[in-house]
Design a protein around this ligand. Sequence first.
Ligand SMILES: N[C@@H](CCC(=O)N[C@@H](CS)C(=O)NCC(=O)O)C(=O)O
Length: 213
Amino acid sequence: MYTLFYAPGAASLAVHAALHEVDAPHDLVKVDLQVQRTEDYLRLNPQGTVPTLVIDGLAHRESAALLLLLAERHPQADLAPPPGAPGRAEWLQWSVALATSLGGPYRLWFYPQDLGLPEHSEQTRAPVQRILEAAFERIESHLVAHGPYLLGERFSTADYQLCMYMRWSRAMPKPATEWPALDRLARLVVARPAWRNAVAMEGLRGWHLDGLS
Ligand SMILES: N[C@@H](CCC(=O)N[C@@H](CS)C(=O)NCC(=O)O)C(=O)O
């Protein structure tokens, strides 16, 4: 049995979609990002972030790791190439690369306090924007050559991770959907019933349900 601590549209979204994808019974606990650093929640997740996924009474965190874990625990859902199969190394590589090249910079974009700043100025925002856009540019080049998914014809949890990060760019100066191959991948991913279930249950509207713009 799984319990997912989530916030609508946050880093929990890809994990939530994967739970639907593997068809696992799960409880959802909505976390208020403004007041989540309670003693009880910090006991589950010392960083006070979402997602936290409790599996059989044990709490785990980090969205990328949780996606790897779900793919491993539910091989029948075919969310990743099995160990030793072609594509396995690329899947691991993308899962980690997305978490570092997009997940890390997004923290700085959305949480200037991580940089010790009360809020961003143009001077502090611009370099983070450049880092994120450069990461999307690199992924676009890969998809143009090897898409439509990160692993070619094969959908994997890494595509959920990427789609979640793309969604976060929707109000940025250059949304990720402006790169054509990224846009194509996102359209394929958001059409999946599991993604649609997750966004509907989280009460999200717009980008993911009614078209991408
Ligand atoms: N690397 C973590 C990042 C988690 C994270 O930063 N989550 C954000 C929401 S997207 C959060 O909980 N923010 C609230 C806070 O840091 O106070 C992951 O991917 O799980």
